[in-house]
Ligand binder design. Structure first.
Ligand code: 4AD
Ligand code: MG
Length: 430
């Protein structure tokens, strides 16, 4: 007997194969039963016909409970209506473990109920498709950066440094010393860039933000490239090439998952570098001209970002934000010291900021004054200042939020579904 995964059924058309999986759902009428099977690689319908099977097998097909683990044998038939493109004519089934009554039924459930059962809900086709696309975005990013000669480095998660403001730190007691869960790997990546040229980190980051929006998690994953001898322009060019690569790769490799999610892929097919660039000043004017009550110097809220992004078909860079609303390490624009040489990349279709990036201050004295202004403890930043003392160079980098990118590419409303087990204001279980 040949064993196959559902994803590989295409290689076995007309043959009898065995699939090891679970029963996702079933329905039956008198003489026929339809078993929706899943095996981790995909979903396929098995058809059991009464007069082609023993009485015992057919009644098992009709009675087996939702989410039982089963090994199913059947003949692979092409079926253009099926999302997988194939169907299985069942010849025998072998239960491995009969499932107890499954809490997630085919009726509608509230979101909190589903999140309480996230450990089971991730088996659902939409959730499965989203997390499969997440894994593939992850792969596409590493593929791109590795092929560009970047070195993967791992910054620590426990740190004495804050980088993105001091108000959203998760504090912990580190043998009677104050420490934090990392908000970003950036400061360490800067050190590594001076050792390896082009580096990136890919890890979980933590923010104790008390916001309950569809764009915020308290634990999320960031991909953070950092490049020596890159200026602000070089930085944006790298970002748009990376995004273009990710989208192209998902369109190529995840068409089945995008279909499961009903994603309008014509929106994704438009994503081609270069992306438009507008300044913060222009963005503010755009808002003001369109009836938004927004003053220069303020930070964009979700509705502002959505409006700005809606004016474009592709992601758009908003660059040169006021110094006051951005992080202390950003290089001021030599032409206007009130704004910084950095940009946020806003995703189309209302998904908001997916990347924050900038050129970094490389001058020792300027950085020292910024650290003091920010009220940060100098001792904890001495090592970071050192980088400006021993062969400093202009350098740049950015952070791409994985979950927001997944939400945009999948066309999903809320970020909680883009990560296996979300950590939000009210949830640390399962
Ligand atoms: O703009 P941010 O705060 O940038 C940094 O942390 C830089 N130190 C990165 C760097 O230059 N190496 O965050 C970067 C991205 C945002 O654009 C957003 O996509 C995501 O991280 N992000 C969040 N995603 C989910 N939940 C949150 N609470 C997020 N906060 C930021
Ligand atoms: Mg940001």
């Amino acid at each position: 007997m040949i064993e196959s995964t559902i994803r590989n059924l295409k290689d076995h058309q007309g043959r009898e194969v065995m699939i090891k999986g679970w029963l996702y759902n079933k329905r039956s009428s008198g003489k026929i039963a339809f078993l929706q099977l899943r095996d981790g690689t995909g979903f396929v319908q098995g058809v059991a016909v009464k007069n082609e099977l023993s009485d015992e097998t057919f009644s098992l097909c009709k009675e087996i409970s939702q989410e039982s683990s089963i090994m199913v044998t059947g003949i692979v038939r092409k079926d253009d209506r099926a999302p997988s493109g194939y169907e299985l004519t069942i010849t025998s089934i072998q239960p491995v473990s009969l499932s107890a009554e499954y809490p997630i039924t085919m009726k509608e459930h509230g979101i909190e109920f589903l999140m309480d059962f996230r450990h089971l809900w991730m088996r659902n086709p939409r959730q499965h498709a989203t997390l499969t696309i997440r894994a593939n975005i992850n792969r596409a990013i590493r593929e791109f950066l590795d092929s560009e000669g970047f070195v993967l480095i791992e910054p620590p998660i426990i740190t004495a440094n804050s980088c993105e403001g001091t108000t959203n730190l998760f504090e912990l007691n580190y043998f009677d010393q104050k420490a934090y869960l990392s908000q970003t790997g950036q400061l360490y990546n800067e050190a590594a860039a001076m050792a390896f040229g082009k580096v990136y980190s890919f890890g979980p980051t933590f923010r104790a933000e008390k916001s309950k929006t569809r764009r915020h998690l308290n634990e999320f994953w960031m991909i953070e490239p950092e490049m020596a001898y890159f200026n602000h322009q070089d930085n944006m060019e790298l970002q748009e090439r990376l995004i273009e690569h990710i989208v192209k790769s998902i369109l190529e490799k995840c068409s089945m998952e995008l279909k499961t999610l009903n994603r309008d892929i014509t929106q994704l097919e438009k994503i081609k570098a270069p992306f438009p660039r507008i300044t913060y000043d222009t963005a503010v004017k755009m808002l003001q001209d369109n009836g938004f009550n927004f003053e220069w110097g303020g930070d964009f809220g979700a509705p502002d970002e959505t409006f700005i992004a809606e004016q474009f078909d592709s992601p758009v860079f908003v660059e040169k934000f006021p110094v006051k609303i951005k992080a202390f390490y950003m290089e001021p624009d030599p032409e206007n010291s009130n704004v910084i040489l950095g940009a946020d990349l806003l995703a189309p279709e209302g998904y908001g900021e997916i990347i924050g990036g900038s050129q970094r201050i490389h001058d020792y004295d300027l950085l020292l004054s910024k650290i003091k202004e920010e009220g940060l403890p100098i001792e904890a930043y001495q090592w970071y200042l050192d980088l400006r003392k021993y062969g400093t160079v202009p350098h740049s980098g950015f952070g791409l939020g994985l979950e927001r990118t997944v939400a945009w590419i999948c066309g999903i409303d809320h970020i909680r579904e883009t990560i296996p087990f979300a950590r939000t204001l009210n949830r640390i279980t399962p």
